[in-house]
Ligand binder design. Structure first.
Ligand code: FPP
Length: 255
């Protein structure tokens, strides 16, 4: 499905930079959006101001990816570990999807973006779940870029859930253990319908995965930048993609 889809039209006047070759684009870009708190602190602002600025960058990066011709974008918006943050910050983060989709849904729909969510959304506050439900409903038939928000997502939990589902089917006699190959296992992950990320970006100078797409990132190309997420934009995205295009991916082989 993702091989054939290409950008059909663009709402933005920003043409992709010349340094990006159209023939060798990553199909799936995943981003660990980090550094909102430090961005705010450097400006003497509360942490939530950093998250709000970060939300605007989500919009800019979706536009840029769509303009460039990226087919899947996954954004790590809230991890299973982020509940450990102060209650007021968690509360604010839970309100951001509502604000974001209220202001952005029309453009997303006009671009043909299909929005998807991974993570245990059943544990989110009811108003956030309602935003998730409405957004899915409004974009389910779109056939353009897929944008996935990882909300209450953890890579380990994704793997454990897959193992539980498989065990359930094996116990019910619907599946034989000997049939559980890597590709069968992948079909039980929350990302079953999405190719593995080709390019994984993390902002803010941290160089770790933080429980994001542990299985799916097995052969991702990583690109790290010191730029804080609220300062990240089209220029950095293009730099990451251009760097990806210079790499040789061998997937453990020799070519
Ligand atoms: C990590 O930075 C960032 C987050 C935990 C939240 C990311 C959320 C957004 C960018 C907005 C999401 C928008 C939508 C529409 C859901 P940090 O707070 O850990 O930064 P720090 O390491 O500098 O403290």
């Amino acid at each position: 499905m993702f091989k054939a889809i290409r950008r059909r039209f663009s709402k933005s006047n920003d043409a992709p930079a010349k340094r990006i070759e159209q023939g060798n684009l990553p199909v799936h870009v995943a981003i660990i959006m980090d550094g909102n708190g430090r961005w705010a602190r450097r400006r003497g602002l509360p942490r939530i101001a950093g998250h709000h600025a970060g939300m605007h960058k989500v919009r800019d990066v979706i536009r840029a990816c769509d303009d460039i011709g990226i087919q899947c974008l996954t954004l790590y918006a809230f991890s299973t570990e982020n509940w450990k943050r102060p209650e007021s910050e968690v509360e604010y983060l839970m309100k951001l999807p509502e604000e974001f989709f209220r202001t952005e849904i029309d453009e997303l729909v006009s671009r043909g973006v299909r929005v998807n969510f991974i993570g245990d959304t059943s544990k989110l506050p009811s108003f956030t779940q309602e935003t998730v439900r409405r957004t899915l409903e409004k974009t389910v038939h779109n056939t353009g870029m897929q944008v996935t928000f990882a909300l209450n997502y953890g890579g380990r939990s994704d793997i454990v859930s897959a193992a539980q589902s498989i065990s359930g089917r094996v116990n019910a006699g619907e599946l034989n253990w000997s049939e559980v190959t890597e590709s069968v296992f992948s079909n039980y992950l929350s990302t079953a319908d999405t190719p593995d990320p080709d390019l994984m970006i993390r902002t803010s100078g941290e160089v770790r995965l933080s429980n994001f797409m542990l299985w799916q990132a097995a052969y991702s190309e990583f690109w790290f930048t010191d730029v804080l997420w609220p300062d990240f934009g089209r220029a950095q995205l293009e730099e990451a993609i251009a760097d990806y295009q210079r790499r040789k991916r061998r997937f453990g082989g020799l070519k």
